[in-house]
Structure formats: structure tokens, C-alpha cells
Design a protein around this ligand. Structure first.
Ligand SMILES: [Zn+2]
Length: 252
């Protein structure tokens, strides 16, 4: 077996005569590290939920590449049935994507909702909320583009863990974009005039460590017993990725 690269390379490609931006990548490196992360933290999800979060990791990565470099973006999807919260976040500058899903203590909502939060260093952030009609992450991205990005886009899963996002640019051939099938997308590089604009790389990585949680626990510095309650340590779960970290009294 060939060794798996640590990073997924994501290309933005301009489709000349259609005036569309195609962003694509092969996600085995990210999915491999995602599974290693689950194993290391003894996390296990139902296959259906696992597929959704992997799709979301892939599509948010593609969206990050369709956006300016400086943005950190988080997408939270609150599904009604099954009642699940999916969280994914990433950054082109940090070259990372991470995520987690929650099935406990999820507030019940009457519809499926995608919350998007964009942070830009030194600038005002952006938030948007989009209602979702179904349980297909590819359709979520398409709904998000129409409502929040205000331009149509299509999202595709291709064989071998390849994912593609095609977003309209000014003067886009919208009829072509709307009619695209998975088979058409597989042939774009052969049949259309294309130009690679840039390449970015991403890995599954959160960057959390026990130290990161210490500022939030500073209030217990002089009252450690309230936190530890006689136990030699407490376990903290990272809300971004689900990693478990052990905190001991001497760390405070
Ligand atoms: Zn984490």
C-alpha cells in the first residue's frame, strides 16, 4: 500500500468559458486522520452520522478555498431527525480542518438549520443562518451558497473520496451549472478550458492541548476542590474536535 499523505491538496480552477470556479480535492488524508483521531479518543459514531461529518469536513474545506485566505469559518448544523449537532471549522492560514458531532443535550428545533460564522483577523466577522430542507450535506452547501453567498454553486461527491464545489462567477453560464451531473464534473478537466488559479493544503488538525483550557479554569485556582471534588484529575472534552484532555490540580 502507498503511504497516505498527511495533507489534502485543494485546487481552485477557473472554468474559462463557463465563468465558474471549480474547487476540488481528494480527501483520503483528512479522512484517515479523522479516523485516527476517533480511535485515539475512543469515539465511535453511527455510520450515517460519520458520513455526514466527513462530507461536511470536505465541503467546508472546499468552501474555505473558494473564499479569501484570511478567513476562519465554522459551520454548525442542527439536524431535527436524527437529533444531532454537527460542528466543523477550519482555516486556510492554519491549513487545518476539524470537527465533532454531538448527539447528547442537543436542543430540539423544528427544522434543520445551518449556522455559519466567519472570522477575519482585524475585521468584523460575519454570521448567517440558513434553513435546510433535507439531510444531504451536498444540498446544504448549495442552499448556503444561494442564500448566504448570493450566488449559485453545486457540490459533488466523486468516486475515491474526491469532492468538488463549483461556484458561479460573474457572467456564469448558469444553465450549464444547473444541469451538471457527477459524470459531467468528472470530465470538466478534459472537456472545458481550465486554468489552475491556486493550490492550498489542509489536514485534519485541531491544535487543542490541555494548556488551552487552563484560562477557562482559572476561576478554580484558589478553590480546586470545587472542580476536582476529591478526584485526582478531571477530563475536559474539546468542543471543536472531541479530544479528551486530562487536567490535574497542579496544572492550575
Ligand atoms: Zn480539539
Amino acid at each position: 500500500m502507498e503511504p497516505v499523505e498527511e495533507f489534502t491538496k485543494v485546487e481552485s480552477i477557473f472554468v474559462r468559458k463557463r465563468n465558474a470556479l471549480m474547487v476540488c480535492g481528494q480527501f483520503t488524508p483528512i479522512f484517515t486522520d479523522y479516523y485516527i483521531h476517533l480511535m485515539e479518543n475512543q469515539l465511535r459514531h453511527k455510520e450515517q452520522l460519520d458520513t455526514i461529518i466527513k462530507d461536511k469536513l470536505a465541503f467546508l474545506t472546499l468552501h474555505l478555498v473558494a473564499r479569501p485566505w484570511a478567513e476562519t469559518i465554522a459551520w454548525t448544523v442542527n439536524l431535527r431527525a436524527p437529533r444531532v449537532n454537527f460542528f466543523v471549522t477550519g482555516s486556510s492560514v492554519e491549513e487545518n480542518i476539524t470537527g465533532h458531532l454531538f448527539t447528547e443535550n442537543v436542543k430540539e428545533s423544528d427544522r434543520n438549520i445551518l449556522y455559519s460564522q466567519t472570522l477575519v483577523k482585524g475585521a468584523e466577522g460575519r454570521k448567517s443562518t440558513v434553513e435546510l430542507d433535507d439531510n444531504d450535506p451536498a444540498k446544504w452547501v448549495e442552499t448556503y451558497y444561494v442564500q448566504s453567498e448570493q450566488r449559485p454553486a453545486r457540490a459533488f461527491r466523486l468516486p475515491d473520496e474526491n469532492f468538488v464545489l463549483i461556484a458561479a462567477q460573474p457572467d456564469c453560464d448558469l444553465e450549464w451549472l444547473e444541469a451538471l451531473t457527477t459524470e459531467d464534473v468528472e470530465k470538466i478537466m478534459v472537456e472545458e478550458q481550465t486554468k489552475v488559479l491556486e493550490t492550498r493544503k489542509f489536514r485534519f488538525h485541531c491544535g487543542c492541548a490541555p494548556d488551552r483550557f487552563l484560562p477557562a479554569l482559572a476561576q478554580y485556582k484558589d478553590n480546586k476542590e470545587e472542580l476536582f471534588q476529591g478526584d485526582p484529575e478531571v477530563e475536559i472534552t474539546c468542543p471543536r474536535c472531541g479530544s479528551k484532555h486530562v487536567i490535574t490540580p497542579d496544572m492550575l
